[in-house]
Design a protein. Structure first.
Length: 83
């Protein structure tokens, strides 16, 4: 849960005031030797991202080899229906 909380804190910091509500997807890269269980991290992130200030965001984890744990991208709704 602490890793999921830190990911949410980093997302809030990067999106700035009022930006968290536009967040739709959080992408992470998780290595097989990262020292955590990806399914548990995904569950915790989805639970946190479904609450304010986020509301509708989801997590997408990409598995890889090694001890990588990286916030890869933040996808936001820019309000333009053509994107």
């Amino acid at each position: 849960m602490s890793v999921a909380l830190e990911v949410c804190r980093m997302a809030e910091e990067r999106l700035g005031p009022g930006g968290s509500g536009r967040l739709r997807l959080v992408g992470l890269v998780v290595g097989d030797d990262a020292g955590l269980e990806p399914d548990n991290l995904s569950f915790c992130l989805d639970a946190l991202l479904a609450q304010p200030p986020f509301g509708e965001a989801r997590a997408r984890l990409q598995r890889c080899g090694g001890d990588v744990l990286r916030l890869d991208f933040l996808e936001v709704d820019d309000g333009d229906p053509d994107h």
